[in-house]
Design a protein around this ligand. Structure first.
Ligand code: DLL
Length: 433
């Protein structure tokens, strides 16, 4: 029998969902206008009164919000509640070292945990299960997101966090975890390590995995499912909107059901900004219709995917988004960490280097690696090897501080990085996922 965490929403008739969305959108637009000066100005600029929004069909009258808007109002400028009403803050990396800061009231945490709990149940989870969470705990939303989802479901959360793969496997064996949550690349690595240790994955109790935070392919799904003897499900989210659980796969593994009672999705053409119909790929846009602290209006995610309202065999009526196919900007996701080439550039320039560099990303033994090749100036070229190694180490340390990720730095000969007449090709992504 199919199980749902909130059948009254997940299986709701479409008209009922639309009624909820309309009521919540109206409330949210007033909330934004009254409490966020940024939105008040934006609405005034285009002559829009909150009263002009009478149903969800009016959503296209609203202006868009971008990551740049969040940066311009760093850290708390777009919050719609006083800071003492926040119960949690998270952040994700941004350009030039500045993070995108997001805040949650208790209500917002509950909403987010509901999304994550829906995802766990859609992956076959129950309140009797132990949920091994290997997403990082910290400002990143992965760890705490699934953790609160597991607790909301009444399951047992095991907050292992990421890293120390031997220990992960030991805990899987000893605690008899039923569900594992981590990035798909880390799941590949754990699976491979299980094999190398000569452990038969069928002897592990774990039966399902919930993987997201970065794009992954059907091929990776097959490999993970085989190496860990589990069913692998996708989960999507972004800190600006909530964290993991904005959308999730069900047993059909054919698109991710969006929690559209809280996060209303649209697909737009990123050039014309016009809405696109079901089935067409474009940029995913979300409007938070049930959040208090950071109720973003038509937030441009930069993720490319499509939507479908076709009925799903699992019985859920919630709209499905396709697995994200890529991004419209240059953000890279390396071992689950968001990296913008401009962050790398900022570090290089701040250390007095020339902006001639190339970032090479590869996947070795299922782990992402990042190498930054930087051209030396002709003067540096005559430096001693020891001096150059010292410079490389200094840049590596600065990159680690800014990105929260280790990268290998290699100083290369002057004029050895190809010049471009158009946009510079800063990134060579050799990963095949
Ligand atoms: O990655 C939240 C998350 C944690 C999702 C754990 C799933 C599991 P951010 O760090 O803000 O939040 O990064 C958000 O990651 O805009 C996508 O580009 C990418 N992303 C997240 N989930 C998926 C996925 C978390 N399932 C950005 N497939 C998003 C492809 C994903 N890309």
């Amino acid at each position: 029998m199919e199980r749902y965490f909130q059948p009254e929403i997940e299986q709701a008739p479409r008209e009922y969902l639309r009624a909820i969305q309309s009521a919540r959108l109206i409330k949210m637009v007033h909330h934004c206008y009254e409490h966020v000066p940024f939105y008040r100005e934006k609405f005034d600029e285009i002559g829009l009164s909150p009263d002009d929004i009478k149903s969800i069909d009016d959503i296209q009258k609203l202006p868009f919000t971008t990551k740049q808007d969040l940066r311009d109002h760093y850290p708390f400028g777009l919050f719609a509640v006083p800071k003492d009403q926040l119960v949690r803050i998270h952040a994700s990396s941004g350009t030039t070292g500045k993070q995108t800061v997001v805040g949650y009231t208790q209500h917002d945490i509950d909403v987010w945990a509901e999304g994550a709990a829906r995802a766990l149940v859609a992956a076959g989870g129950t309140e009797h299960d132990s949920v091994h969470v290997s997403y990082g705990y910290g400002l990143f939303t992965g760890g705490l997101g699934l953790h609160y989802g597991a607790e909301k479901l009444g399951a047992t959360a095991i907050p292992v966090s990421s890293g120390n793969t031997d220990r992960q496997i030991q805990i899987l064996q000893d605690f008899g975890s039923d569900i594992i949550c981590c990035t798909p690349s880390y799941a590949m690595y754990i699976g491979e390590s299980v094999g190398k240790k000569g452990i038969d994955p069928k002897t592990l109790k774990v039966r399902a995995g919930i993987f997201g935070a970065e794009p992954w392919s059907e091929n990776m799904r097959k490999q993970i499912e085989k190496s860990l003897a589990i069913n692998a499900y996708d989960i999507y989210g972004l800190s600006e909107i909530a964290g993991p659980g904005v959308s999730y796969e069900c047993r059909c593994k054919n698109g991710l059901h969006v929690c559209e009672d809280y996060f209303y999705p649209e697909i737009i053409d990123p050039e014309t900004l016009q809405p696109l119909p079901d089935g067409e790929y474009g940029e995913l846009v979300f409007t938070c219709i049930g959040k208090e602290a950071l109720p973003l209006v038509r937030y441009r995610t930069r993720d490319i995917c499509s939507l479908t309202h076709e009925a799903c065999e699992c019985g859920r009526t919630l709209v499905r988004m396709s697995k994200p196919r890529g991004r419209t900007d240059d953000m890279l996701i390396i071992r689950g960490v968001n990296v913008f080439p401009s962050q790398v550039e900022h570090v290089i320039l701040s250390l007095g280097m020339e902006p001639n560099y190339q970032i090479i990303v590869e996947r070795k033994n299922n782990l992402d690696t990042m190498e930054v090749c930087i051209e030396m100036s002709p003067q540096m070229f005559s430096d001693s090897v020891k001096g150059l190694e010292g410079t490389e180490a200094k840049i590596e340390a600065a990159l680690h501080t800014t990105l929260g990720l280790s990268a290998k730095v290699r100083l290369v000969e002057p004029n050895s990085i190809p010049r471009s007449e158009g946009k510079a090709k800063r990134v060579i992504d050799k990963r095949k996922i």
